[in-house]
Design a protein around this ligand. Structure first.
Ligand code: NAG
Ligand code: NAG
Length: 171
């Protein structure tokens, strides 16, 4: 599983406008690693049962984004490249930052993200919803070991992507 924190530029009102600029969208990506239970995710995970089906809504007390990410001192090592969104329309011109340090959750916590469905009651569980690996197409992938702070920007959404590994839990 992977956590995507999708940002848009501060000077645009929404994602539609952000997509019109070459540097309008930036995604911070974190891999999820099976470890001990991470209590900082309890509030978020408990809401999943209220949004099992498409169109459902849940309200949550605001929580600091930093509590869902690895500690700040571990965010200095990352990869950066120009890519695209991983869901249709797969819009290009997205600045990706993929952090080396994963977010740690227990297997039980991770499996709860697979209890939501793609659509209505009869639809399949939201698993294997990853985009296949794309060709490099001569793009440069940068690596940084320098320490850095998260840039201020609007956080649009948290998208949690499941890998096919998880789907085996439900077969
Ligand atoms: C949970 O959040 C607190 C406060 O942001 C932080 O100090 C702590 O390291 C976080 N725990 C984990 C496991 O990420
Ligand atoms: C779900 O599937 C059942 C059995 O195939 C069917 O009877 C029911 O009408 C379906 N419900 C919806 C909302 O499509």
């Amino acid at each position: 599983m992977e956590l995507h924190v999708v940002h848009i530029r501060e000077d645009v009102p929404d994602i539609t406008e952000a997509k019109k600029k070459p540097d309008g969208v930036a995604v911070l990506a974190f891999f999820i690693k099976v470890e001990e239970e991470n209590k900082n995710y309890t509030t978020l995970i408990n809401k999943l049962e209220n949004i099992k089906y498409k169109g459902q809504l849940a309200q949550m007390e605001p929580l600091p984004l930093s509590s869902l990410l690895p500690p700040k001192e571990d965010l200095g090592r990352y990869y950066r490249y120009e890519g695209s969104l991983t869901t249709p329309d797969c819009h290009e011109g997205v600045i990706w930052t993929v952090f080396e340090k994963p977010v740690e959750l227990s297997i039980s916590q991770i499996s709860q993200f697979s209890t939501v469905h793609f659509d209505g009651k009869n639809s399949t569980y939201m698993v294997e919803n990853f985009r296949p690996v794309q060709f490099l197409n001569e793009r440069k992938v940068y690596w940084s070991s320098a320490s850095t702070l998260l840039p201020p920007a609007k956080v649009l959404m948290l998208a949690l992507m499941l890998t096919y590994i998880l789907s085996s839990l439900f077969q």
